[in-house]
Design a protein around this ligand. Structure first.
Ligand code: ACM
Ligand code: ZN
Length: 536
């Protein structure tokens, strides 16, 4: 008699408590929405709550049911009808593509989006409210839309490999922060991780290395003696991951590095190099002198054949062609490269506009035109600026912001990913205490959060900044747990800069982070403790 009564009273308490605090209630969403207007009352979420969805919105509805299943099991979604109540999803052509408006009344939660992606972002906000308020969601109206069209994060699966399931968890994390691009670094000196049917040697021979460096690449010459690999994704696995990302409104941008960071490919196919001598899949980290030959026609054929399969796998408009850190010593000595330089009439024009750098620009330009014939565009690291770029190329600024600023001033689009704010392989605290080995540098949560991505740009130049991205190189990151701890919580700081650039809310970032941390725990995502401990 007593126990059921107690349980009933407890249930009532849970329902009544939110009413008691409603006057002071804040919605602690991250990233910060454009506007939040609090109104009276609560919507009660129960296992009887159902989503009612307009045409084309089944996917966001199903994702939401999955996302909140552990907190509250909801009924399977149904088509939107005249019936009242529930969580109601629709499109509104007056909203911009990724925008949404959410209205929460005691009777219903109504989310309208400019596209299914907008509805999905509204549901991600609602998911945060469910974590925070459980079954009693405070009534309010939220208007929201992102500042940057490109909100990216990078993942290096070469230096250390991550499984299909781990890539999917990574995508889940990006989606919860309203990111919409994964830059997937698939090839480098230390491995080739994408199946290319035309060249089976790449995954047979270049997806493994004999051993791996122990310690920091600037200080160590000791290796572990343990073969690493074979590790790669089959084309079927890639299609599965691309589909999984699309269901979360994330476009995957594959990166195929050329002509540098390609020693693994040269191991499998020695004719890609200038000298054609046998090189190993690299076991060290850093910048290798072994690069693809820029003179021989066979290099161009290879790249076009590889990219033909890549664009078949990835619907992304943009393909990342790498282009960073290309030492030119092999090219300076190579008869094929020098013959091509003569044929093209390239001359040293300045310290950066050398004939060899212009040969790299020729390679980039040819690949750009090949991709353009297939309706695709290139992104390259800011190094591609050295020998000159076409106006169509998008530049990813990593050596500080100067490459992106230069690009924007010359009418090229740029993605800002400067090391000093966006390299999440850098240390998170100044003391580095307890962090384990990292590449170097210092990028704390606060530093990311305080970054002004428009610094150095006039109002006219700012629209050339297509978006912002963090880069997470995995030389010193050997497990998915560690990868998550490098990503979180810094990704949350970046997400607010990407989404809410000029309406960041530093006054509440700490309390909002405490709420978002509950989502991380709910999802079982690992995160670094430093920000929460007050260490920077
Ligand atoms: C880079 O970090 N080498 C782009
Ligand atoms: Zn050459």
């Amino acid at each position: 008699m007593f126990r059921p009564l107690l349980r009933w009273m407890t249930a009532l308490w849970v329902v009544l408590i939110p009413y008691a605090v409603s006057a002071t209630e804040q919605l602690l969403l991250l990233p910060q929405p454009t506007s939040i207007t609090m109104t009276e009352g609560h919507f009660h979420l129960t296992p009887a709550t159902r989503l009612y969805v307009a045409d084309g919105l089944w996917n966001p509805a199903e994702r939401f049911v999955e996302d909140v299943a552990e907190m509250i099991p909801l009924k399977a979604p149904r088509s939107l009808t005249r019936r009242e109540g529930g969580i109601r999803l629709s499109l509104d052509s007056h909203l911009s593509e990724e925008a949404y408006r959410m209205e929460i009344t005691p009777q219903a939660i109504t989310i309208a989006g400019g596209s299914p992606a907008g509805v999905y972002y509204g549901l991600q906000s609602l998911r945060q409210l469910v974590v925070q308020h459980r079954n009693a969601i405070p009534c309010c109206t939220i208007e929201d839309c992102p500042n940057f069209a490109y909100r990216g994060a990078h993942m290096d699966v070469v230096r250390h490999f991550f499984t299909v399931e781990e890539v999917k968890r990574y995508l889940d994390i990006l989606a919860a922060h309203k990111l919409n691009r994964l830059h997937w670094h698939l090839t480098d000196d230390q491995g080739w991780r994408i199946e290319i049917k035309r060249y089976p040697e790449l995954t047979e021979r270049a997806s493994k290395r004999n051993e791996t460096l122990i310690g920091h690449c600037l200080r160590s010459t000791t290796y572990d003696g343990i073969p690493y690999g074979p590790y790669f994704y089959t084309q079927e696995e890639i299609r599965d991951i691309v589909r999984y990302a699309a269901e979360r409104y994330i476009t995957i941008i594959p990166e195929i590095e050329m002509p540098s960071h390609a020693q693994a490919a040269l191991h499998a196919l020695p004719w890609l190099g200038c000298e054609e001598q046998q090189v190993e899949v690299w076991t060290h980290w850093g910048v290798s002198p072994e690069v693809m030959c820029g003179g021989k026609e066979t290099t161009y054929e290879f790249l076009e054949n590889v990219l033909t399969e890549v664009i078949d796998l990835f619907p992304s408009e943009y393909i990342h062609i790498g282009g960073d850190e290309c030492p030119k010593e092999r090219w300076e000595e190579c008869e094929h490269c020098q013959a091509r330089i003569r044929e093209l009439g390239l001359k040293d024009e300045s310290e950066t506009r050398t004939a060899e750098n212009q040969l790299q620009s020729y390679l980039t330009g040819r690949i750009e035109r090949f991709l353009a014939k297939h309706g695709r565009r290139i992104i390259g690291w800011d190094d591609i600026l050295a020998g000159g770029v076409s106006p169509e190329a998008t530049v990813m600024s990593w050596q500080g912001s100067k490459g992106g600023i230069y690009a924007a001033k010359h009418g090229n689009h740029a993605i800002m990913a400067p090391m000093d704010y966006c390299y999440f392989d850098f240390y998170q605290t100044k003391s580095q205490e307890g962090e384990g080995l990292a590449i170097g540098g210092w990028v704390s949560f606060e530093k990311v959060y305080g970054w002004n991505p428009y610094e150095g740009l006039t109002a006219e130049e700012q629209p050339y900044i297509y978006g912002l991205q963090c880069n997470l190189w995995s030389e010193y990151i050997t497990s998915f747990d560690h990868l998550q701890r490098m990503l979180l919580p810094r990704l949350a700081a970046l997400a607010e800069v990407q989404w809410a650039t000029d309406r960041r809310n530093p006054a509440t970032i700490r309390t909002r982070m405490e709420q978002l941390r509950r989502l991380y725990e709910q999802c079982g995502w690992s995160y670094a403790p430093y920000y929460f401990e007050g260490r920077k």
